[in-house]
Design a protein around this ligand. Structure first.
Ligand code: 5GP
Ligand code: ZN
Length: 106
């Protein structure tokens, strides 16, 4: 848990947030500034600044599994996923997250 990290605070319940989906080591919540009708973020509970810092293969798998589970739960079959890695690629929040973007709301 990184005290200065907004996604650590969300993922660990310090900032109350409705989770669309939760697994043992990940949470999924809506993006505060959606860029599509459906825009969610899949976030590990543990702090990793970027994908480059993630060394846990089981967690890598769990993150993608959460993408599949939450889209299935919401009945979304068509969606984009995106991971921005590094400032130069547009990363603004330095706690690893996978964007899920879809054109329809469930
Ligand atoms: P990045 O550019 O780092 O890949 O994306 C960060 C995303 O986090 C942006 O889409 C932004 O709207 C979202 N975001 C930033 N702060 C918050 C917040 O406090 N709550 C939520 N739900 N989303 C946030
Ligand atoms: Zn964090």
């Amino acid at each position: 848990m990184n005290e200065d990290c907004i996604f650590c605070k969300i993922a660990n319940g310090i900032i109350p947030t409705k989770f669309v989906y939760e697994s043992a080591n990940t949470v999924v919540f809506n993006d505060i500034n959606p860029k599509a009708p459906m825009h969610m973020l899949v976030v590990p509970k543990k702090h990793y600044a970027t994908l480059n810092d993630l060394d846990d293969k089981e967690l890598m798998s769990e993150l993608l599994q959460s993408v599949k589970e939450v889209t299935k739960k919401l009945n979304i079959s068509d969606y984009k996923t995106l991971i921005n890695t590094g400032k130069g690629a547009g990363q603004e929040v330095f706690h690893l997250h996978i964007h899920i973007l879809a054109d329809k709301k469930s």
